[in-house]
Every structure is written in structure tokens, then in C-alpha cells.
Design a protein around this ligand. Structure first.
Ligand code: HEM
Length: 546
């Protein structure tokens, strides 16, 4: 035994072994050095390619290597985009850093083309979303990750939900009306909070079914959602996640509570989702251990849809890093915020234009009299046109953002936008642009979405919306598809356009068809223009006599 040990020691200490080890180490260092050099050279050549391609796009000169450092607040940024478009034309560039190029496009035709070709969304733009809810396979991710869920969501919303008799079931509309009754008994209400209440009920019942109406924690869930919405951008504005701040952990605990509540309502719906075992592997908070019992009750409204989004095995793909719960929370969050601002925008227009409100009311009554279907909103042309117009004038979401991650984007006009550039569309500027909407672009005019039958390109701009037009049996007007105008972008456009557009428009129309049938919506005589109000005008619902 000793002799074996001695010979091993001799071998190790022998000169040739030391030499051998030294050579090995040298070889490894060389390989590492070459790999790092190749990697760096690739990065540098990529950077030069980006700079050379970007140099052909017009834009303000950039004096600093670090780009146009301070772009100011959101409002200033939109002003900057507007001024730069006036100066440099419909496509211009800005450097956000040495490797980060921003390209803004304002020409509607180029935008339509770009939004069809650039199908990715840069994950860093969804930082607020990810900090709050985690990674999602629907929002702020490359197209190949979102495609399957987008398709199934579109199928559910536009196929099944729009196909049924009422986009929003009657019991849900009745419940919302009961809440409006309760609100009315309190006197006036601010536009924003009543819209939020309505949007929350619509989204909640769409995703979780009727169970949501009786869910005892719904009010707390709504409050949580709004608290998260209020703080999300603030915490995401830190370049480095501020783990050292107490406020951040308070915010994170709100997000965790929201996750728990989402699972709670899922549990209340009475289904055993395969998702929970999947989440056990991925979840940061161990929610999987909640333990969901299988229930033998018949699925309530919305459960089928919910099932799709909770199931990780959708189309056979399991994305290891994704938690299906994030998609549900994302839809609740985005759907509620966006639908709230649409409802609020419609309410504001209606109280400001009583004449239109009265015309919509007579349209609703006429359609109801001549219809077997409970809420035949497709025939309520003026109501739908009012919703389109209110969406056009929506103040939310001033920018659309896209990216082509793999390939350069070559537009028909010859402009080449390098892969990886952040593409933005100043949607709000476009939606108010005279060249796309006429000289009254900044005014509320729902008639711009109506044209005389047989001449669908002739917009009715004279506002002569007569009795004839609101009578579906003698209707000589048709509703234009708002998406025909490339400058109509409240729901985006192209490959990553909003999946919920049709559902949201029909849902909001169904809601207003019931609301206006029962109530007149008026500005509160004393509180209408309260300068201190940050939540829109104070309004009152006045019950109609009939
Ligand atoms: C009035 C209500 C709504 C408005 C104004 C709205 C607006 C938008 C906008 C502007 C986008 C970005 C589009 C783009 O970049 O081209 C978007 C994306 C999206 N919307 Fe909506 N939305 C509304 C309601 C909803 C609802 C109710 C749902 C579903 C329940 C929904 C689901 C989505 C999804 C999944 C995306 C992400 C698409 C993607 O990135 O691939 N939206 N929405």
C-alpha cells in the first residue's frame, strides 16, 4: 500500500506533470481569452452596424456618447416628439444611450406597415407590469411567446363571448345597475370611480364568472388593484430594484396579496386547475400549497375561459418561467384600467353633449322595440360611434411601443430600422391630427364614424343625424370600421393589437344601452367643475320616468 502511495506522490511531484498542468492551464486561458475577444468583437461590430444603419435615419444631433440623456417628463416627451416630427419628418431617431435607439413614426401608412411587421415588445418596457405581477406570456414579451395565448384569448373573447346573446350577461348588467341605484342614493359621484366600479365588475365576471358577483373579497381586490396601479410606475422608475426601501416591500406585499386573492377567486369558481401543481415549481411565494379541492358543480359563466388561461398545458406548451396566474392578473389590470378610462371618457362626452345623449336614448328605445334580442347593440349605430369617438379622444396611453428583435425592419418607403430599436408611435398625436381627422380633430364628433349607406367612404361630418338614422328599419347610415382609418389607434393595430377591442366596445355598448335606458346622466349642478377634482367631473344619474 505504502509503495503505491509513494509512486503516486512521485508522479505528481515529477517535473513533467507540472509542465503538463501548466500547459493545460495556458490552453484554457487562451481559449477563454479568444472566446471573450470574439464575443467583444461581435458586440463592437454589432454596435458599428447599428450606428451606421441609424445614421441614415434623420434626427437631432447627439453630443453625448450616452445619448439624449434627459428626455424630461411624459408630457414634455410627447411635445418633444411632436416638435421633432415637424422638424425631421414622419420618421426620426433619438439615442437613449450608446446602444439604445428610439425611432418614432408619425405617418399613418408607415405606422400601419410597421405595426404589422414589428411584432415584438421589449421586456424592459413592461418593467412596471413585471414588478407587480411577474413574467407574462401575453403582455410585454416577444411575439413567439405571446402568439398561442393571444390566439386562444381572441377565440374566447371574439368567438364565444361575442357570439352569445349578450356580450355581458343580463345578471351582470342588472348587478351593475343595482350598484348605480345605490350610488344614486348617495347623490353625486365622480366619473372616474363609477367607471372603475363598472369596469371592474365587467372584467371580474368575464374572467371569473358569476361567482365573482358574490365574492366577499371583491371590493378589497378592486382596492388592491388600484393601489398597485397607482404605485407601479414609481417603483419601476428605479434603475436598480430598490430592495433596500421599506415602501418597496410594502408594495410587493400588496402584489402578493393580489396573487393570493386571484387564486382565492379561482378556488371559489370550483374547479381543479392543473395550474397549481405547475406553479409549485415556479412560484416565488408558494401559492401552490393552497390546495385546491375538485368541485363537482357545473362551471359558472366565464369558467371555460378562465380554465384556458389557468391551464399551463395550453396547446401543449409549458413555458417553464411563466406563471399562468400572471396572465389573469395582467388581464384584470390592463382590462380594468383601459375599460375604466373608456367608460369614463364616454360618460364625460355624454354629460357634455346632452343632445347626443338624447339621440342615443331614442336610438336605444327604437332598437329595443324592433328587436327580439335583449341588447342588440350592433344596431345602435350612434351609440357605437360615440364609443369609437370617445376612445379616439381617450387621454390614456400616449405611445404605442414595438420592436423587431431579430431582423431589421425594411419599410416600403425605403427606411431601414435596425433590429432591436425601440419603435414608438405617438398615438395621441395621431388621433388628434387634422390631416387624418379633419379640422375638427380635437372636437367630439361621433358622426365622423357614420357614413351614408352605399357611399361608405363619405363621412357624415354635417352632424345631420336625423330620426331616420336612428330608426334601424329605415336606417340609411352605416357604421364605418374605425380601424379603416390608420390613425385610429386606441387599441393599437397590427400583430400586437389589443385582443379585447371588440369585446370591450360591445361590452361598454351593452352597459350604456341599459344605463341610458334607465337614467339620464347629467353634470352635478354645483360640483360639475370642481377645480380640485382629479377624478373627472361630478355627475348624477337621474332616473327616467318611463
Ligand atoms: C377599452 C378597453 C381597452 C383598451 C383601450 C385597450 C387598449 C390596448 C392597447 C393600446 C394595447 C396595445 C396594442 C398595441 O401595442 O398595438 C392593448 C393590448 C392588449 N390588450 Fe387591450 N385594451 C382594452 C381592453 C382589453 C380587454 C378587456 C382585454 C382582455 C380581457 C385586453 C387584452 C389585451 C391584451 C392581451 C393585449 C396585449 C397584446 C400583446 O401584447 O400581444 N384589452 N390593449
Amino acid at each position: 500500500m505504502n509503495s503505491i502511495m509513494n509512486s503516486v506522490n512521485d508522479f505528481i511531484s515529477s517535473k513533467s506533470t507540472k509542465e503538463y498542468a501548466k500547459k493545460e492551464l495556458n490552453a484554457i486561458l487562451w481559449v477563454a481569452l479568444i472566446t471573450i475577444t470574439v464575443f467583444l468583437l461581435e458586440k463592437v461590430s454589432k454596435l458599428f452596424r447599428l450606428w451606421s444603419k441609424a445614421s441614415k435615419i434623420p434626427g437631432p444631433a447627439c453630443n453625448s456618447f450616452f445619448g439624449h440623456g434627459n428626455l424630461g417628463s411624459r408630457e414634455n416627451f410627447i411635445d418633444l416628439l411632436s416638435e421633432s416630427h415637424d422638424k425631421y419628418g414622419s420618421v426620426f431617431k433619438l439615442w437613449l444611450g450608446p446602444t439604445q435607439l428610439l425611432v418614432s413614426i408619425k405617418d399613418p401608412t408607415l405606422i400601419k406597415e410597421m405595426l404589422l411587421k414589428a411584432e415584438d415588445k421589449l421586456p424592459f418596457t413592461g418593467r412596471a407590469f413585471r414588478l407587480a405581477f411577474g413574467r407574462s406570456s401575453l403582455f410585454f414579451c416577444p411575439y413567439d411567446q405571446a402568439q398561442n395565448r393571444r390566439e386562444s384569448l381572441a377565440l374566447e373573447l371574439n368567438g364565444k363571448m361575442l357570439g352569445r346573446a349578450n356580450v355581458i350577461p343580463k345578471n351582470v348588467v342588472d348587478c351593475i345597475m343595482e350598484r348605480v341605484d345605490a350610488i344614486m342614493s348617495e347623490g353625486s359621484v365622480d366619473c372616474k370611480s363609477v367607471s372603475q366600479r363598472m369596469a371592474f365588475t365587467i372584467l371580474g365576471t368575464t374572467l371569473f364568472g358569476d361567482t365573482f358577483l358574490a365574492w366577499s373579497k371583491a371590493t378589497f381586490y378592486e382596492e388592491l388593484l388600484m393601489m398597485i396601479a397607482k404605485d407601479a410606475s414609481f417603483w419601476a422608475s428605479y434603475r436598480v430594484t430598490p430592495f433596500w426601501k421599506r415602501g418597496f416591500w410594502r408594495y410587493q406585499s400588496l402584489c402578493t396579496k393580489m396573487k393570493w386573492l386571484t387564486l382565492d377567486i379561482a378556488q371559489q369558481c370550483g374547479k381543479n386547475y392543473g395550474l397549481f401543481c405547475h406553479m409549485d415549481q415556479n412560484s416565488h411565494i408558494g401559492i401552490a400549497k393552497v390546495g385546491i379541492k375538485a368541485a363537482s358543480v357545473a362551471p359558472p359563466n366565464g369558467v371555460e375561459m378562465q380554465d384556458k388561461f389557468f391551464s399551463p398545458e395550453l396547446d401543449g406548451h409549458i413555458n417553464e418561467r411563466e406563471e399562468p396566474c400572471e396572465n389573469i392578473m395582467g388581464m384584470m389590470f390592463h382590462g380594468c384600467i383601459a375599460t375604466t378610462s373608456l367608460i369614463s371618457s364616454v360618460l364625460e362626452r355624454l354629460v357634455a353633449d346632452v343632445d347626443i345623449q338624447d339621440k342615443i336614448y331614442s336610438e336605444i328605445i327604437k332598437v329595443k322595440q324592433g328587436s327580439v334580442k335583449e341588447e342588440n347593440v350592433e344596431k345602435m349605430l350612434l351609440l357605437l360611434a360615440t364609443i369609437y369617438e370617445s376612445a379616439r379622444l381617450l387621454p390614456a396611453g400616449p405611445l404605442l411601443q414595438r420592436c423587431s428583435l431579430k431582423d431589421d425592419l425594411i419599410l416600403k418607403s425605403g427606411v431601414v430600422i435596425p433590429a432591436g430599436a425601440v419603435l414608438v408611435v405617438p398615438a395621441q398625436l395621431l388621433q388628434m391630427d387634422d390631416s387624418s381627422w379633419g379640422s375638427d380633430a380635437s372636437k367630439f364628433n361621433p358622426y365622423r364614424f357614420l357614413s351614408k349607406a352605399g357611399k361608405d367612404s363619405d363621412l357624415v361630418l354635417d352632424t345631420s343625424f336625423t330620426e331616420e338614422a336612428v330608426d334601424p328599419s329605415r336606417c340609411s347610415f352605416i357604421l364605418n370600421d374605425p380601424n379603416d382609418n390608420a390613425a385610429f389607434l386606441p387599441f393599437g393595430s397590427g400583430m400586437r393589437a389589443c385582443v379585447g377591442q371588440k369585446f370591450a366596445i360591445h361590452g361598454v355598448a351593452t352597459l350604456f344601452a341599459s344605463l341610458l335606458q334607465r337614467y339620464e346622466v347629467r353634470l352635478h349642478p354645483q360640483l360639475a367643475n370642481d377645480p380640485k377634482s382629479t377624478t373627472g367631473p361630478q355627475i348624477v344619474f337621474v332616473r327616467r320616468n318611463s
